[in-house]
Ligand binder design. Sequence first.
Ligand SMILES: Nc1ncnc2c1ncn2[C@@H]1O[C@H](COP(=O)(O)OP(=O)(O)O)[C@@H](O)[C@H]1O
Ligand SMILES: [Mg+2]
Length: 257
Amino acid sequence: MPRVIAVVNQKGGVGKTTTSVNLSAALAQAGRRVLLIDLDPQGNATMGSGIDKRTVARTVYHALLGLGELAGIRVRAEKGGYDLVPANRDLAGAEVELVELPARESRLKSALERVAADYDFIFIDCPPSLSLLTVNALTAAQRVLIPMQCEYYALEGLSDLVGTIKRVRANLNPSLEIAGLLRTMYDPRNTLSQQVSQQLEAHFGDKVYRTVVPRNVRLAEAPSYGVPAVLWDASSKGAQAYVTLGAEVLEREVAHT
Ligand SMILES: Nc1ncnc2c1ncn2[C@@H]1O[C@H](COP(=O)(O)OP(=O)(O)O)[C@@H](O)[C@H]1O
Ligand SMILES: [Mg+2]
């Protein structure tokens, strides 16, 4: 059975999509069978994987609403070497429609069960909210990866997220655990970044990934070419960080089984 990892933070712009895309590509490069699920109506993980969100016939929306099977919805992200379940604006309406449906929190989990055997790792790129979509991701996942920027309000947002994880664990998914906290867009010259980073380590100990992702322009450029940065410029600092993170994730997830 695959490791299902939800990439979650209710804040936007903290690096969830960049992490989802590059970690998927890094693990695919390491020979693992990877599925990336775009669960954000913005469709950034879809575009960043080289798939045009405007032309895909069916998306994760159809799987959630029971209008199609993931096996027929997934597409190959050729450059990244992984499979992708795309998303686009269709998904923006899903929240309202899901509320009416039975088992509304576990629809992604059910859909995933039927393709799970094809993969070693499944990553879910979540929207910037603690909405029903994110609850679906947390119900389907075994582990949560939390990207965060080391800034003043980062820790405050974290307690809301940890609260949501606890509620999902209590009601829907008892085995859910935090895989790790990832420091993104890190600037070592910034004193506040250093302080927040140290606070994180003090509070969360070895739940904080050793790998730190630096602020790096290559990571920001790659999506406009539809290629994960780990392939776009493999020698860049940003790409190297995600390859190192891939190795750390593999090491941790294997140790955990
Ligand atoms: N380490 C980084 N260095 C520079 N830019 C980054 C980095 N990580 C992400 N970005 C850029 O910052 C913006 C937000 O990142 P993104 O991954 O889309 O965040 P989220 O999915 O959490 O909203 C994007 O434009 C992305 O290209
Ligand atoms: Mg995103």
